[in-house]
Design a protein around this ligand. Structure first.
Ligand SMILES: [Zn+2]
Ligand SMILES: [Zn+2]
Length: 248
């Protein structure tokens, strides 16, 4: 099945939405810089456990990226109202036509995650920085957002045949999600290595079979079968491709 031109593609976004997404990226970046500067001004923050707090924040972002990705890949139908077209369909399209992701520019790639992180970054201003506990909590949230905001960018880099040299260096050392690690997710049935923020948790979560246990729990409670909509979408695309390949 090699006829890429007829594969489903991501929706094109208009200039209004592009402007909105650009605004979200700028606001999220400004908020992140502001928080880092506020934290840097507090002398109490430099403690032996600060690297652990930062690592915990970044690992939490990786975990959330895995949970969101797993949820979208595994449950619900892409035809459902509201979330279907905007949230679920891009994940379905991405499995059958991963290269289409490379068509999306910087704004299109990073706008949505930036938008989701803005409320978290705004709420962080309410964490008081006059105590070690408050500073630790704020450092955790800021580290979470530092790793979380570029999730889709890191994901797109993992699909690039020739990413920027520094990115490649980071990928090759496992500092960010590598092509090889993410490539494992893109093999049927698309059911491993869900974490795409930095990818550090993919190995541990695979080892304990985390998502399969979670799926068994969801199926026991709801009766739903994992990946049924994703499987149907792939079958539909395959049948359309067969018609294109062998027209009657
Ligand atoms: Zn996926
Ligand atoms: Zn991917």
């Amino acid at each position: 099945m090699q006829i890429a031109s007829h594969l489903p593609a991501h929706d094109e976004i208009g200039w209004g939405q592009r402007l909105w997404e650009l605004s979200c990226i700028v606001v999220a970046a400004l908020l992140l810089v502001t928080h880092v500067m506020r934290l840097a001004e507090t002398s109490d923050i430099v403690t032996w456990w600060l690297p652990l707090v930062v690592a915990a924040g970044m690992l939490s972002a990786d975990f959330v990226s895995g949970m969101v990705h797993w949820t979208a890949d595994t449950w619900f139908e892409e035809t459902m109202p509201l979330l279907g077209r905007r949230f679920l369909r891009p994940f379905r399209v991405h499995h059958v036509n991963p290269d289409d992701f490379l068509r999306r520019n910087f704004i299109d790639t990073n706008g949505d995650v930036s938008m989701l992180c803005i409320p978290v970054l705004v709420a962080t201003f309410w964490i008081p920085l006059d105590s070690v506990a408050g500073q630790t909590c704020a450092a955790y949230v800021v580290a979470f957002c530092v790793a979380g905001v570029p999730t889709n960018q890191v994901h797109q880099w993992a699909h690039m045949p020739r990413p920027p040299r520094l990115v490649r260096w980071l990928q090759d050392r496992g500092i960010i999600l590598s092509r090889v690690a993410h490539g494992s997710h893109h093999r049927h049935p698309y059911a491993m290595n869900y974490c795409i923020a930095i990818g550090w948790l993919n190995g541990p979560l695979n080892t304990i079979n985390f998502f399969r246990h979670l799926e068994r729990l969801v199926t026991a409670v709801t009766g739903l079968q994992p990946r049924s909509d994703d499987t149907d979408f792939q079958a539909q695309v395959a049948s359309e491709q067969a018609v294109v390949s062998h027209p009657r």
